[in-house]
Design a binder for this molecule. Sequence first.
Ligand code: IDP
Length: 147
Amino acid sequence: MDRTFLMVKPDGVQRGLIGRIVSRLEDKGFKLVAGKLVQMSEDQAKRHYAEHEGKPFFDDLVRFITSGPVFAMVWEGDDIVALARIVIGKTNVKEAAPGTIRGDFASHTPHNLIHGADSPESATREAANFFTPDELVTYDKSIAAWL
Ligand code: IDP
């Protein structure tokens, strides 16, 4: 079973969309293994977005992601890294299809509500920036055989 790191960004928290975003991930059949509300520090934000360091939008991105609490999560499912990014939708809200989280709820690109890791390696690195290994809960769901 694969795991990914997902995070409701400050715009999603402020807009009261944590519940609806979590519902969509549950509806898809993913299994929540960890979740918490976090006010990120500047250092934590820079670690999270290390791959974007040096890009013109980096400082704005760090300012935005630290502008209020985020809801950090780890989810589990087969091929979940790629599948979750389909559920989330494209980065640019003009390209995010209806039916995706961004396509249905986001109208300005930097404020695109949710982050999703782009590879299993990124997912592991990003999750470690928020959670200790013992915070990732391993358990079975009897519905799993029906997914
Ligand atoms: P992703 O969140 O869809 O994986 P990334 O390319 O990793 O997209 O970019 C991280 C975040 O940085 C985006 O979700 C968006 O909030 C912001 N971002 C990306 N590109 C730009 C840009 O060109 N201008 C401003 N913000 C951007």
